[in-house]
Design a protein around this ligand. Structure first.
Ligand SMILES: C[S@@+](CC[C@H](N)C(=O)[O-])C[C@H]1O[C@@H](n2cnc3c(N)ncnc32)[C@H](O)[C@@H]1O
Length: 245
């Protein structure tokens, strides 16, 4: 046999090799799941850390939103529910919050927090794909995104697709970190952050106009947009799937 050639595998050894290969794949899958669970737990911990309140000023944000009892708010990228439960309190018994996320573990944690506070009947949870659910109904007062905009892959399309969820006088609220020194030290790179000016441009392309800017948050911009009313929104009406909202 040529020294460099691969020695033939004896047929009786093949099952053992397949078994070892199977075990190796299983071990690597288990390790990657464990890593993901650990990462999500760390992520939740970061979102829920009490020091966040100092710059995030959640009560002031809720007050600035000027919510009324009975309103419907869609919390996109709701995560651990830092805002979901505060929004649920603010909309009262007859209000509704729809909490959407791509991470099931986030939603599970969020749901437990909501239940603990007796707010479960005001919140619906939707595990969505990264392009978002199909919105419809024109019955939401606010589409709310805090620290989510920079996570979206196609921001213009994603936000354009939320239009059918909103009442004609509804609002999209976007809070996100400044992509410069104002956001301070973050636990992640700033390269994916989007400037306030870019968000305003994107939103115009998505069919929204800036109506208000709140300036009290030191590290994030806080913007409100209204849908530009057009006769039939072609982006949204081209969808053929069944509505889920
Ligand atoms: C930084 S966290 C913010 C969570 C929450 N809004 C808050 O302020 O605490 C971003 C969240 O967006 C979610 N997310 C990322 N991409 C998303 C997408 N395409 N659609 C919905 N949620 C998404 C993540 O899973 C994560 O829970």
């Amino acid at each position: 046999m040529n020294e460099r050639s691969t020695p033939p595998v004896h047929p009786s050894k093949r099952p053992t090799m397949f078994y070892l290969l199977f075990l190796a794949i299983l071990a690597s899958l288990t390790a990657s799941c464990a890593q993901k669970t650990w990462d999500i737990n760390r992520y939740i911990h970061a979102l829920e850390r009490p020091e966040r309140d100092q710059h995030q000023q959640p009560e002031k944000v809720i007050e600035a939103l000027n919510l009324a009892p009975g309103m419907m708010v869609i919390d996109i990228g709701a995560g651990s529910g830092y805002f979901t439960r505060r929004l649920a309190k603010a909309v009262g018994d007859n209000g509704q919050v729809i909490a959407i996320d791509v991470e099931q573990k986030m939603l599970k944690y969020n749901k437990r927090q909501v239940e603990k506070r007796g707010l479960a009947d005001r919140v619906r949870f939707i595990l969505a794909g990264k392009e978002g659910p199909i919105f419809s109904g024109n019955n939401a007062d606010i589409v709310f995104l805090c620290d989510v905009y920079h996570h979206l892959e196609d921001q213009i399309d994603y936000l354009a697709n939320t239009k059918p969820a909103l009442k004609p006088n509804g609002r999209v609220v976007i809070i996100d970190y400044y992509n410069d020194a104002r956001s301070g030290t973050l636990g992640f790179s700033k390269q994916h952050l989007v400037s306030k000016e870019q968000v305003i441009k994107d939103m115009e392309q998505a069919g929204f106009t800036l109506t208000k800017e709140h300036t009290f948050l030191p590290r994030q911009y806080f913007l409100e947009f209204a849908p530009i009313q057009t006769k039939g929104d072609s982006r949204a009406s081209s969808k053929k799937w069944a509505p889920i909202l």
